[in-house]
Design a protein. Structure first.
Length: 172
């Protein structure tokens, strides 16, 4: 009887071992949770009227203007584009009776106070472009926001009234 129990135990161990070598059960499907409102804030930023002044001379700095709204407090903290060596956030400051352009770290805006980058005020500066900016051409620019992260938009070159439509509107 001891031999039978022993044989049954060995046989049971073999069955278990062979069962472990079989096909695994299919993996459980991953559960993806819905993003919280903070994680999807970029879907609510509206970026409008993105344009740059005509600048036909290669190597000369170029300025980009736009408007943006957000349902939460937000900050534009960076900008980049493949058409320039560097891109910066700039503002104008009156100093000693003169208007000076200076680089800043960010532009803050909130639900009641949209971001407005415009001639004579806050704007984006592009330096080291290999090409001039011809009327009605377009190029991509990536805006980096503190909460929303990176958002790429298309910039149309030319004064807004010269553009056939406002296809540069983007809502994220």
């Amino acid at each position: 009887m001891t031999m039978r129990v022993s044989n049954l135990m060995v046989l049971g161990a073999m069955v278990l071992a062979l069962g472990a070598c079989g096909v695994d059960d299919p993996p459980e499907p991953e559960t993806v949770s819905e993003p919280s409102s903070d994680e999807s804030v970029d879907e609510h930023i509206a970026i409008m009227d993105v344009w740059a002044r005509v600048n036909p001379i290669p190597g000369r700095p170029a300025a980009v203007y736009l408007s943006a709204t957000s349902p939460i407090d937000e900050e534009l903290i960076g900008v980049s584009t493949p058409i320039a060596e560097r891109a910066e956030l700039h503002t104008h400051e009156h100093k000693d009776g003169m208007m000076q352009m200076i680089q800043v770290d960010s532009f803050a805006f909130s639900p009641g106070a949209p971001l407005k980058l415009q001639p004579g005020g806050d704007h984006l500066m592009l330096f080291g472009s290999d090409e001039g900016l011809a009327e009605l051409t377009q190029f991509p620019i990536t805006l980096t926001f503190r909460e929303a992260g990176d958002i790429e938009v298309s910039v149309t070159v030319g004064e807004p009234e010269m553009q056939p439509d406002h296809s540069s509107h983007s809502s994220h």
